[in-house]
Write a protein that binds this ligand. Structure first.
Ligand code: KE4
Length: 430
């Protein structure tokens, strides 16, 4: 029976009279896939319910944070208790050190760290710190990688490899964009060329170690180690943006999976258990360039917020205490989902390239192998849009863009695999 979206439609109309596009973040508007975004009334475990009472299997988990499922009871209890002691002090409290100790336990490379209220702030601050520590202006990033919406990170590739970046959004002056070099992912030659073109001028390389923001794209063998070596050889810092991959791919994120030691790491999403929280950290000698110790300014009214710390502590304590079953379960369920849908597509004669690391995966509607943004962009986004709509009708909520990753939780199990595969079977024959 087709879904009714009557109440959602009313809320959408009101939202559009108040918020640009009716949203607080563009991807939620469903512009990349078409159709109307349902308004969520509540969520629990692996499921979302909209305001018209329709239930959906959640395949994006608030874009990563909800790795233990929605309304995870220990996190809910921790937030409730913290709220009773006031939502914010604007002063030091024990929760900051409690969460920082748990982060350091999982990410030993983070000798010192600082909390922020978002992944954008974490990445923006880490880049400023790298520039301050090295005294250099240029930054290397990669096409298809997203590090939040700070000016220096919203930059597109110039005409040729290692040419000056151009603004990736209105409102960003060329003078700002020009110091960001946007290179192709999985191409060490392009990075070498950048260091040749700008000797001793590049402050850092920032990279999603497994790209999630172009859909899921894996680093080729040796690529991340190659970035590590090039950064060290040229006196630049290596920043791993683990906002998505941190605590997702393993308890120690991508740097644990691939055995890479960055100079700085940025975090978000899971670290706050769904509350606004990010962090950046790494080498103590670098982090001690931050105010109040050093000359690089960085601040935040709600940084280290007691509620976000409480939610993050409850989340990380569970991940640490149950890491064996958590990550083996996520691996089993994710493989069954990713490979199951790929098989159904193949049976239906539909070209799909599946990419996956742990519980982060994407079905690209292309017959090309996907190794960078250019190959990801060969995907048939209209076909993905039709698939997305059919899955919504069947009660499965995929991320509303071909160029996003899917994230599942420990609340997803065999029943959710079966639901997903039946919905996909119907969608492919529709
Ligand atoms: P936030 O400022 O959205 O907390 O984090 C920015 C960020 C930084 N680095 C990586 C690797 C990220 O994936 C993100 C945010 N991811 C997007 C998903 N594509 C958030 C969803 C949205 O923008 O609404």
């Amino acid at each position: 029976m087709p879904r009714t979206l009557i109440q959602s439609r009313k809320l959408q109309l009101r939202a559009e009279s108040l918020l640009p596009g009716g949203v607080d973040s563009p991807v939620r508007a469903f512009r990349a896939v078409g159709g109307e975004p349902p308004f969520v009334a509540r969520a629990e475990g692996a499921y979302l319910w909209d305001v018209d009472g329709n239930r959906y299997l959640d395949m994006f988990g608030s874009w990563g944070p909800m790795i233990l499922g929605h309304a995870f009871p220990p996190a809910v209890e921790a937030i409730r208790a913290a709220a009773g002691r006031s939502a914010s002090f604007g002063a030091s409290h024990a929760g900051e050190g409690d969460l920082a100790e748990l982060v350091k336990q999982c990410f030993p490379s983070m000798e010192r760290l600082r909390f922020t209220s978002s992944g954008t702030e974490a990445c923006m601050s880490a880049v400023r710190l790298a520039r301050g520590f090295t005294g250099r202006k240029f930054v290397v990033k990669f096409e298809g990688c997203y590090h939040g919406h700070s000016d220096a990170m919203l930059v597109k590739a110039g005409s040729g490899v290692a040419t000056l970046g151009i603004p990736g959004s209105a409102g960003i002056p060329e003078e700002t964009a020009m110091h960001t070099l946007a290179l192709p992912f999985n191409d060490l030659g392009a990075v070498q060329a950048a260091f040749d073109a700008y000797p001793e001028q590049i402050a850092c390389i920032i990279v999603e170690p497994v790209v999630g923001n172009a859909g899921t794209i894996l680093p080729e063998t040796g690529y991340l180690h190659g970035l590590r070596q090039l950064a060290t050889k040229n006196g630049a810092l290596l920043i791993l943006d683990e906002v998505m991959t941190g605590f997702r791919l393993s308890l120690g994120g991508a740097q644990q999976v691939f055995g890479i030691k960055p100079d700085l790491t940025t975090m978000g999403k899971i670290i706050g258990g769904g509350l606004p929280c990010g962090a950046f950290g790494g080498r103590a000698d670098v982090m001690e360039f931050l105010a109040p110790l050093g000359p690089v300014y960085q601040a935040g009214t709600l940084s280290g917020n007691p509620l976000a710390m409480a939610a993050g502590i409850a989340t990380l304590e569970h991940l640490i205490a149950h890491q064996g079953e958590v990550y083996s379960g996520l691996e089993r369920t994710s493989a069954a989902m990713a490979d199951g849908v790929a098989s159904l597509a193949q049976e239906a004669g539909i070209a799909i390239t599946t990419t996956r690391v742990g519980s982060m995966f994407t079905w690209f509607f292309t017959d090309q192998p996907v190794k960078d943004f250019t190959t990801a962009a060969t995907s048939d986004t209209a076909a993905f849009g039709r698939f997305h709509h059919a899955m919504m009708e069947a009660g499965v909520w995929l991320p509303p863009s071909q160029f996003e990753a899917m994230f599942i939780s420990t609340a997803h199990g065999a029943a959710e695999v079966a639901l997903l595969l039946e919905a996909a079977r119907q969608a492919f024959v529709a």
